[in-house]
Design a protein around this ligand. Structure first.
Ligand code: IMP
Length: 204
């Protein structure tokens, strides 16, 4: 069985390969599978966007489990913005140092309890038998008072996790993968795949 993950991002591929390592599946990026598909992520939810991508790839990928993800940051004080528009927020080419500074500015006058936020990740699967599954996972936190940490990417330096007493940009990739929205969603998807194919074997 092959798993094709709909991303061009090498960090995501590394993460998914690590998590899926004990599945005895070949895990391929779109590039490795020789698939070139342009998809417009115009859904209103993370789930919709992940499904749009997974379905588009599944059209051309035969006999493979196709997985696609969509993720972003929801800030309660900003009515859950930037949400599905996280990478487009202030323009795709705007550096995150500027985006993060802008968010800190927008929340400057807020009390701690008004700074709640979460990273959300939806992963959609289209199986070779055309069955579909979509999974969501989150990590709850707060917008920090200042930008701290060098690890990670995107909004990590301003995402404070009270449980750990630091931002996700202060965690190593291994530490972050264990608790992150994407790490948790991938682990849930792996469980689903194991159970689905396990059940199929028993019913034969
Ligand atoms: P996508 O799912 O690759 O489209 O990512 C959407 C955007 O959400 C990214 O470009 C980041 O702005 C933000 N984002 C998603 N996950 C994370 C994370 O783990 N850390 C920081 N930013 C993230």
């Amino acid at each position: 069985m092959k798993i094709i993950f709909a991303t061009g991002n090498e960090n995501k591929m590394k993460e998914i390969r690590e998590i899926m390592a004990d599945l005895h599946c070949e895990v391929l990026s779109m590039k490795e599978a020789g698939i070139v598909v342009e998809v417009e992520e115009d859904g209103e939810t993370f789930e919709e966007n992940a499904q749009i991508k997974a379905r588009a790839i599944a059209e051309v990928a035969k006999d493979a489990i196709v997985l696609a993800d969509d993720s972003g940051l929801e800030i309660d004080f900003l009515n859950k913005e930037p949400g599905v528009r996280s990478s487009r927020f202030m323009g795709v080419d705007t550096p995150y140092t500027i985006k993060n500074q802008h968010i800190l500015e927008l929340l400057k006058e807020t009390e701690e309890e008004q700074r709640s936020a979460r990273f959300v990740c939806a992963i959609a699967a289209v199986l070779p038998d055309k069955k579909e599954k979509v999974i969501r996972a989150t990590i709850e936190g707060q917008i920090a008072k200042e930008s701290i940490g060098e690890e990670g990417f995107g909004y990590d330096p301003i995402f404070y996790v009270p449980e750990f007493g630091c931002t996700t940009a202060e965690l190593s990739m291994e530490q972050k993968n264990k608790i992150s929205h994407r790490g948790k969603a991938l682990a849930k998807m792996k469980k689903f795949i194991i159970e689905y194919y396990g059940m199929q074997k028993q019913s034969k």
